[in-house]
Design a protein around this ligand. Structure first.
Ligand code: HAM
Length: 445
């Protein structure tokens, strides 16, 4: 008995009857990125492990618990990307892209891997769309990146996600906050989980991000980062808020957002959807002014965000958002016999060259079976071709929805074209006969 294989836990197949939703969303992402001047960057799915440990931070859940790390056959430690920012920054530094016109604006779409407990909206293989804006220190950049995310959400018909905003300060003011946090959590040491006990000395900010219930319960009374911001961070934050207001982008300040990755400075933000369960953050991002230098590049400020595509789709599905369906097969040509089959292949080619989606028999089936197939794939029109049709050069085009039938002239030249390749005249004849169908063949709308 052969083994029945199943997809690995936390991964999912996107099946042919669903992939158009992904294509629709991804096309919008590319289109909106272009409107805002972001060009696509493609980076490898795996990197040297250090790329992530140095940037994401070795006290984060992502690095401590969630990375798919393995030694390759050459003994190098390799990690499947848990996110894109680190790899993008590595690439930008490696190729000296900070020497180009700044800000450099890039976007990406692709799979990420985190060993998390799977649940609705949380997977081990998931997909992100994100942008990174490199070399943009002004508050207007923070607002612009947020505006892009907002614009995209609106163009996907989900305009009511809540934008939450915070500033987590800079290396200047953060140590004071960290000290206050440490003092607070030290007084509750007995209640912390083991991972957070470790974090207490090394990075108390991470305790705010802990997913365990005990530690989460302590968060409410913890000191708030906004009370510790230095003057520059305060001014920057005020600037971001003013820009958002000027663009009429509504936000709420949530001083509890710290984000789960270590590289952030100043602005952090999330877009939250209430109606998709516990994994409600659809988009998260912020500024990471120190990361490029920390990774061995020049001192260039940067910021960005990433959206989880699965979560985005969950929100769209839950709101019954419209996913425009791609056109099905427009004409199915059902040949009877070898000569008709050759003609059908040629006719398909001509129709495709005209932009119509055309299909014909690839399984040597009877006409009856072919018509069944045409019905199943949702073909709009069918055309049966037998010897009679080839002789008379007239065939019947059937509208599969209404059952209405119309006689069409088979392009004269086409029959010749099968043998002597005079495609152009065949094309003319075919186009003319399509025109003769008086709007019935209006599959181009
Ligand atoms: P992140 O918050 O870790 O940020 O992930 C961004 C988004 O990816 C989340 O808001 C969520 O929608 C999605 N996501 C994360 N983990 C999973 C999962 N296990 N299953 C499904 N979806 C998930 C980052 O990754 C940063 N690199 C964002 C960024 C870019 N910051 C600056 N530039």
């Amino acid at each position: 008995m052969p083994q029945k294989y199943k997809a690995v836990r936390g991964t999912a197949d996107v099946l042919p009857y669903d992939s158009y939703k992904w294509q629709y969303v991804e096309n919008k992402m590319i289109e909106v990125s272009r409107l805002f001047g972001f060009r696509e960057i493609r980076v490898p799915v795996f990197e040297h492990t250090e790329v992530f440990t140095r940037s994401v931070g070795d006290t984060t859940d992502v690095v401590q618990k969630e990375m798919y790390t393995f030694d390759d056959k050459g003994g190098r430690s390799i990690t499947l990307r848990p996110e894109f920012t680190a790899g993008v920054v590595r690439s930008v530094i490696e190729h000296g892209l900070t020497n180009e016109a700044l800000p450099l604006k890039v976007c990406y779409i692709g799979a990420c891997y985190r060993y998390e407990k799977p649940q609705a909206g949380r997977y081990r293989e998931f997909h992100q769309y994100g942008v990174e804006c490199i070399g943009a220190p002004a508050p207007s950049a923070d607002a612009e990146v947020i505006a892009l995310a907002k614009y995209l959400l609106e163009s996907l018909d989900i305009s009511d996600l809540r934008l939450e905003l915070n500033s987590i300060g800079c290396p200047e003011c953060r140590p004071k906050y960290q000290a206050a946090l440490k003092e607070y959590f030290k007084s509750h040491e007995d209640k912390l989980c083991n991972t957070c006990l470790e974090r207490l000395d090394r990075n108390p900010l991470r305790i705010l991000d802990c997913k365990s219930e005990v530690c989460s319960g302590l968060k409410a009374q913890a000191p708030v980062v906004l009370d510790f911001l230095c003057d520059e961070c305060k001014t920057h934050f005020e600037g971001v808020k003013r820009h958002l207001e000027a663009m009429n982008i509504k936000y709420v300040i949530n001083p509890r957002i710290v984000r789960g990755l270590d590289y952030y400075t100043r602005t952090v933000f999330e877009f939250i959807a209430e109606d998709i369960g516990a994994q409600s953050t659809v988009c998260g991002g912020g500024r990471y002014d120190g990361l490029i230098e920390q990774m061995g590049g020049p001192s260039v400020p940067a910021l960005g965000f990433a959206m989880g595509i699965e979560r985005l789709l969950l929100v769209m599905e839950s709101r019954k958002a419209a996913f425009p369906r791609p056109k099905p097969c427009e004409v199915y040509i059902a040949p009877i016999g070898e000569r008709a089959a050759e003609y059908a292949s040629k006719l398909c080619g001509l129709l495709r060259a005209e932009g119509f989606s055309a299909a014909t028999d690839l399984a040597g089936r009877s006409v009856k079976a072919q018509m069944k197939y045409a019905d199943k794939i949702g073909a709009l029109y069918t055309l049966v071709l037998g010897d009679n049709e080839l002789e008379s050069k007239v065939a019947v085009l059937k509208d599969m929805k209404t059952g209405k039938q119309v006689e069409v002239n088979l392009p004269d030249g086409l029959i010749t074209a099968v043998y002597d390749q005079t495609i152009n005249s065949a094309m003319d004849d075919l186009t003319k006969s399509i025109e003769k169908m008086e709007g019935l063949f209006n599959i181009n709308e």
